[in-house]
Design a binder for this molecule. Structure first.
Ligand code: ADP
Ligand code: ASP
Ligand code: MG
Length: 428
């Protein structure tokens, strides 16, 4: 499955118009709009960024933990809420913040207007809870930018061709911002959050984490895919594809330059680092389909069934089972997809002649990321020895050109990430 967002050919109209207008895209996350005082602060940051003749497109998330609260409400009505209804419910969080911010900006005398995804025309595929953007209505955007100084657009949501509301996946407001920045060829896309930029690890967990001044799209994509919550991975993929200059900055220290994310060319680039950081993903589960026949075509049928349900899997492992002629196939999946994954596998278990499906949701992925990891067995040895000394059991291991991932018990996740970070403190 191609995970890349498909951006519009029609976006080109908006590009040329917006070019003349000089537009900046600023995205404010949930922590930045947590309450009315913070919305007021965000409005002041926007006002201070507004230069004569220039325009600003603001993308906002839902206030604080609103999305979690809405999810909980949905789950109280149904064990597995219908995904179409759930998307409509979750999208209301962003609708609250756009209207409150637009009202505050208007109160300051700024010509602004709020837009839901359906009002501005952020068209997505019809896949609920993780839809990809397929088109952005450039005419709507151009007109709105000509008529207002500040547009306030709801992040995270989209609309299908037949008018259904979709969402882009948790943390998806970053992707909305990058998609809009690409569509209007914005000067810059600033992602405002609650930390100074991208660090070598989550600064709220590892006090020694260092701020990265400049980092390449590739490094950040790996970090984000492997759980560094600071950016939605699809946002950075989009930014790389459409060459959007991205900055991560602190809403509460708006003068701090933050982290620049770009191609990683030129001077002062930090990609000479062989290791760029450590990431932890606690929202993962591990699933095994036991005793599948050891014959051609079985793995393909399993993966196809999962793909048909839009389930993204990772860390696929196959190992011999003690019973000759049978294998166990294990993989990791995002915890929100665990129930659907089990249901899907239970549905084909009989046809495949597999014995059972087992899962473990008490796990976390802890990863070391860096362009210089390829073929460095010494790095793996250092980590495994350090985990061993600390009594941390490694359940799964995967390596690639840019990452080394260990699955450990959820309870060991923070300890493991600290050990990983301190083992390579000099290199990072
Ligand atoms: P927002 O509400 O602005 O979208 P998020 O909570 O999604 O904010 O992302 C910001 C958080 O990401 C930070 O508070 C931090 O705890 C976490 N984080 C995880 N890894 C990193 C990292 N490598 N660099 C910076 N922040 C990180
Ligand atoms: N509000 C959504 C979430 O909490 C989207 C976002 O914040 O980016 O995941
Ligand atoms: Mg976020």
């Amino acid at each position: 499955m191609n995970n890349a967002e498909v951006m519009p050919a029609s976006g080109k109209t908006a590009v040329s118009e917006a070019d003349k207008l000089s537009v900046s895209v600023l995205k404010f996350g949930g922590t930045s709009v947590k309450n009315l005082a913070r919305i007021q602060h965000v409005a002041e940051v926007v006002r201070d960024r507004l230069k004569v003749g220039a325009k600003i497109l603001v993308v906002v998330s839902a206030m604080g933990d609103t999305t979690d609260y809405l999810l909980k409400l949905g789950s109280q009505c149904a064990k597995n809420p219908d995904r179409r209804e759930l998307d409509s419910l979750l999208s209301t969080g962003e609708q609250i913040s756009i209207t409150l911010l637009a009202m505050t900006l208007k109160e300051m005398g700024i010509k602004s207007r709020s837009f839901t995804a359906s009002q501005i025309g952020i068209l997505t595929e019809k896949v609920h809870s993780k839809a990809r953007i397929v088109d952005i209505n450039s005419d709507n955007l151009t007109r709105a930018l000509q008529e207002n100084d500040v547009l306030v657009v709801a992040g995270f949501q989209g609309v299908t061709a037949d008018g259904d509301i979709t969402t882009l996946g948790r943390g998806g407001s970053d992707t909305t911002a990058c998609a809009l920045a690409a569509a209007i060829c914005a000067d810059v896309c600033d992602i405002y959050t609650d930390v100074d930029g991208i660090y070598t690890a989550d600064p709220n967990v590892i006090a020694e984490a260092r701020l990265l001044k400049r980092v390449s799209y590739g490094e950040v994509i790996e970090m984000a895919r492997l759980g560094a919550q600071v950016l939605h991975p699809r946002a950075v993929e989009l930014a790389r594809q459409y060459k959007v200059r991205l900055r991560v900055r602190n809403t509460f220290r708006p003068d701090h330059e933050g982290t620049i994310i770009d191609q990683g060319e030129g001077e002062n680039m930090e990609i000479y680092r062989s290791i760029s950081g450590v990431a932890v993903d606690k929202d993962q589960s591990c699933v095994t389909i036991m005793d599948v026949p050891d014959k051609p075509g079985i793995a393909g049928r399993i993966m196809q069934a999962l793909a048909d349900n839009n389930i993204v899997i990772d860390m696929i492992m196959q190992a011999f089972h003690s019973t000759a002629g049978h294998n166990n196939i294990t993989f990791t999946v995002h915890s929100t997809d665990l129930d659907l994954t089990i249901k899907t596998l239970e549905g084909i278990k009989g046809d495949l002649d597999a014995s059972s499906v087992i899962s473990d949701c008490d796990i976390a992925k802890v990863s070391l990321i860096g362009a210089g990891l390829a073929g460095q067995s010494g790095i793996a040895a250092t980590i495994f020895k350090a985990f061993g000394s600390a009594g941390i059991n490694i359940k799964m291991i995967a390596t690639s050109e840019m990452k080394l991932t260990c699955v450990v018990s959820a309870k060991d996740a923070d300890k493991a990430s600290k050990i990983m970070h301190s083992s390579f403190g000099e290199e990072i």
